[in-house]
Design a protein around this ligand. Structure first.
Ligand code: PEP
Ligand code: MN
Length: 332
């Protein structure tokens, strides 16, 4: 249940009500809001006089629910706005990981040459094996700072665990929470207090409900800048790495008010399928697209098989433009 309190209630009075009713207090710019579990179906006694407007929901998909706010929320990424009344599709691209100054510089130059501005690369990689490349860590974040300034880019980079979440929040323009971190309460709560947009990836074994509830942790902590990222779920199929859930995309678009970014690279797991999937995603009207690209994919230290080389990325970008135009979207 979401309760908008009357404006006559001060922040302090709202805090007391929140504690009395085990509700989360959310201080929006215009008003104080209480959020309780959706399982509470009647306005609790004692709140009648304080409530200006009350919203009931079938499940804990509440702040992100289109029945609460019909228009897609606006999320600002540098100079761009996703969602809202905008028809922008943000192309977020770069290598899986920062590997060296030369490598990340080559990625930045590729983007700039195409008029793109949103570079994504990980410094803390959540690998499946402890013996694989784990990322450059803080050194990588410092490199990304330099690249941002030099090339005028926005940086999307991921947090792996709570030990470095504050460093990633400080250095990133958009904080990526990876699929394996989707349930990490420490990360979600730290992101909920951050003044940075968050790109929340869907766990590959998570239902849509669990996915959106993870986003509710960030929203209910006070950070309204959340984007959902579908990156493939695990099915019985083993020929592809994961299965890109386009039905899930349609559901998220219909039921949630959060901008949705699609990641065909991690879903497919092989470069050969990525361009077709990317065009399909853009045709479905996504707010963003995440594509992995590397100057020499065969030498990449992580996710080598799925990264497009720069030439293939350029060809993909050229082919995406008319698809975006055909559904009246700006590919940026
Ligand atoms: C990544 O984006 O490089 C990554 C590790 O993705 P995911 O968390 O979706 O597996
Ligand atoms: Mn990757």
């Amino acid at each position: 249940m979401i309760i908008h309190l009357k404006s006559t209630y001060s922040a302090q009075a709202a805090q007391i009500l929140a504690e009395e009713h085990q509700a989360i207090l959310l201080q929006q710019s215009q008003r104080n809001v209480l959020v309780t579990s959706a399982s509470i179906k009647r306005l609790p006694t004692g709140l009648e006089a304080a409530a200006e407007e009350v919203f009931y929901f079938e499940s804990d998909l509440q702040l992100a629910n289109r029945n609460y706010q019909a228009e897609t929320r606006s999320v600002r990424v540098g100079p761009y706005v996703l969602g809202g009344a905008q028809k922008n599709t943000l192309l977020i691209a770069g290598p899986c990981a920062v590997e060296s100054e030369q490598q990340i510089r080559a990625s930045a130059e590729l983007l700039v040459s195409l008029g793109l501005r949103t570079l994504r690369a990980g410094c803390f990689k959540p690998r499946t094996s402890p013996y694989s490349f784990q990322g450059m860590g803080l050194k990588g974040l410092q490199l990304l700072d330099r690249i941002r300034t030099e090339y005028g880019l926005q940086i999307v980079t991921e947090v792996r665990d709570a030990t470095h979440v504050d460093a990633v929040i400080d250095h990133a323009d958009v904080v990526q929470v990876g699929a394996k971190a989707m349930y990490d309460q420490g990360i979600l709560r730290a992101c909920s207090k951050a003044n940075k947009p968050v790109l929340l990836k869907r766990g590959f074994g998570s239902t849509l409900q669990e996915f959106v509830q993870a986003a509710e942790f960030i929203l209910s902590g006070g950070n309204e800048q959340v984007m959902l990222c579908e990156r493939g779920i695990r099915t019985f199929e083993s020929k592809t790495r994961f299965t890109l859930d386009l039905c899930g995309l349609a559901w998220l678009k219909a039921h949630t008010n959060l901008p949705v970014v699609l990641d065909p690279s991690h879903a497919m797991g092989h470069a050969f399928g990525v361009p077709d999937l990317a065009r399909a995603c853009v045709a479905m009207g996504v707010d963003g697209l995440l594509i992995e690209t590397h100057q020499r994919p065969t030498e990449a230290l992580s996710d080598a098989a799925q990264q497009l080389d720069h030439q293939a990325f350029q060809a993909l970008f050229t082919s995406l433009k008319p698809v975006a135009v055909s559904i009246y979207r700006n590919l940026i």
